[in-house]
Design a protein around this ligand. Structure first.
Ligand code: SAM
Length: 245
């Protein structure tokens, strides 16, 4: 370095993530199916099932790193069409795919698609009944800032729910999972999305993310109470839940 390096580590990481999702936006949902063998659908259903969105009119949620809207659509549907929500993502390409889908599904008036950063939401305090984030927090450079923001925008009594890849805790499955992630996923990414490096990056980001217990400790540190987690498919993914009391 000659002292001209102005891009901090945080900006560099975020720039890398943004680049990945700009490139994969159009094929994002197909790739999810291929890479998780369709499991991401069951995991998302488990998250929305645990959330059990209220059918009370006026119940509001924010889905951060909401991408193409998958979680938000499920929440509105599970609420019997009563809930309304904000889908926030840093990436306009992902949001554009989501907003178009919302129109096709007749859910456009229930959902607002907003460009923003999980680390600084730009949303008012004490606003939402639920904050959800699925396969998103791992991509955020400063997780503690994202958790602080989650706490801030929730109403007292509001619920935090996070779905994320986690640490496999089934002997035998871990070996298979390693093969799948380090060999198959980059290969599928190369073949289908013509972008092996992006998928290699995603696999590495999964391995760097804190395990179930460590992530739960971070959520508590942000102020949440009654923090619990549930493992999915032997810990390949986990859902963490907490409450702003
Ligand atoms: N939640 C969606 C789902 O489960 O299908 C999308 C998940 S996708 C793996 C991760 C998303 O996180 C991308 O849409 C990406 O643009 C978004 N993202 C990455 N960094 C972010 C940040 N700092 N703030 C908000 N969103 C971010």
């Amino acid at each position: 370095s000659y002292g001209f390096s102005t891009v901090s580590g945080v900006e560099e990481k975020q720039a890398r993530v943004n680049d990945v999702f700009h490139r994969v936006a159009e094929r994002y949902d197909l790739m999810n199916d291929l890479m998780s063998g369709g499991l991401h659908r069951a995991w998302k259903s488990a998250m929305v099932g645990w959330l059990a969105p209220s059918r009370r009119p006026g119940w509001r949620f924010v889905d951060v790193a909401g991408g193409t809207g998958d979680i938000a659509f499920r929440i509105v549907e599970a609420s019997g069409g009563q809930a309304s929500g904000t889908v926030l993502d840093i990436n306009a390409s992902m949001l554009a795919v989501g907003a178009e889908r919302a129109v096709k599904r007749g859910l456009a008036e229930r959902l607002a698609f907003v460009e923003g950063n999980a680390e600084a939401l730009g949303l008012p305090d004490d606003t939402f009944d639920a904050y959800t984030i699925a396969f998103g927090i791992r991509n955020v450079p400063r997780i503690d800032l994202a958790l602080a923001e989650a706490y801030r925008v929730l109403k007292p009594g509001g619920r935090f729910l996070c779905l994320e890849f986690s640490e496999v805790d089934l002997p035998g499955l871990d070996k298979l999972y390693d093969l799948w992630s380090f060999k198959a996923i980059p290969a599928i990414g190369g073949a289908i999305a013509k972008d092996r490096d992006s998928y290699q990056y995603l696999v590495e980001s999964i391995r760097r993310f804190p395990n179930q217990a460590n992530f739960a400790a971070m959520i508590r540190k942000a102020g949440f109470e009654r923090v619990q987690h549930r493992n999915l498919t032997g810990g390949i993914a986990a859902i963490h839940s907490g409450w702003k009391i």
